[in-house]
Design a protein around this ligand. Sequence first.
Ligand code: BES
Ligand code: MN
Ligand code: MN
Length: 459
Amino acid sequence: MTSFSAILDTLRSASDRHLDDLVHWLKIPSISSDSQRCEDVRAAADWVAQKLASAGLAVELITTDRHPFVYAETKPVPGAPVVLVYGHYDVQPVEPLEQWVSGPFEPTIRDGNLYARGATDDKGQVLTHVQSVCEWIAAGHPMPLQIKFLIEGEEEVGSESLEARLEGLKDRLACDCVVISDNSQYADGQPAITYGLRGIATYELSLQGPSQDLHSGSFGGAVMNPAIALCHVLSSMVDEEGVIQLPGYYDRVRPLDETERREWARLPQTDQEFAQAVGVQKLFGEVGYSTDERRWARPTFDINGINSGHQGEGVKTIIPATASAKFSFRLVPDQSPEELTDSIERHLKNVMPVGVTWELKPDHGAPGMLASTESHFAQAAKEAIRESFGVEPVLIREGGSIPIVTRFQEVLDCDCLLLGWGLSDDNAHSPNEKFRVRDYHDGILASAVLWEKIGKLNS
Ligand code: BES
Ligand code: MN
Ligand code: MN
């Protein structure tokens, strides 16, 4: 029978094949928000379903009203833990296209990085786990635990289908721990275990002024300009220091834990390095909190896009008929997206100038999450990272959101391990998204070592 070290050798020697697989998958433009891309999204699901099936896993494509989930499982192992690997095969839109050095769906290697939309978020990262399991089975070595995969196609649009189906899939997805690689290492060469994520609430606000665009000379001074009204109400949400002005907004925000603050203060990245990495001269945010505290454990408000009036060349002196904005809040544990929506509605009623009508549409919402750093699973992950990346992981939180994670914790009553193999400058959601080839291969090794370690725990 093959030993575990032989499996690691196989993994190392198969690195070209692993890279080819990722390149294939990345060529499929599975943009979940684009209704024109439904067939491509489906093709990306089929690709990974096929990959898992050809390794001998029991695979099912679970269809929904929108994009399917790929579910697969290895054989049950009595007495051993069950791990559910969750990830997503859908990707974000690619605009602005002209800023990509190579096409978003023409995966290209430059300087040791593989560039393509989805490289790090999340095809490249979730594939590390698929590869480790497929190779393990191919080696003819029995796995020391049962692995289930749930790879969905709506994460980037809020995981609504999964949310709706989760209760019904509860028995099938039953597990001791969910493993997710859909985030980052702390910094180059410094892998991490992420024990917290922020939640999210997103909105679109539309304002209607006059029934059509008006000459600003003839009508300016006589009617409310909806673009100005929009500026007023948006700026009323947050003050100049980044403190959110909605009544009661901070009521449920958990104060930062002093031990946690001390731990984070010891992390190696400086503000200067951080500012340089994102291309700003100075960082900005709430006074009294460090950059990591503000990114990971403080709630924020952001405008994601504004639309009104003349955008074309030259001057057009109009009062636009409409103005709209998309905005989002990041939430921390104990804040609720539903309560937030009520509070925004109340606030808008108070501050909205006369002369416009308005509509607020909530899109997706999810609460923030925290996971254990002390569990046996976290212990196993620390060892796996140490052995495969050659570095002791740091414990961090991150500011992004994975909408379904808190539902996994509640419905499946399981532990959760967030193990990001990517880097924070991988350009997720941005032009020139990438995944470092070395991190992909190390991620595959770390994944295999993790199965070996978790297999030694009793369920
Ligand atoms: N992979 C990210 C989540 C993430 C980002 C975790 C950064 C940790 C650090 C995920 O694909 C994502 O982009 N989520 C969206 C959710 C939204 C569309 C509901 C997000 O955070 O904006
Ligand atoms: Mn993701
Ligand atoms: Mn994403």
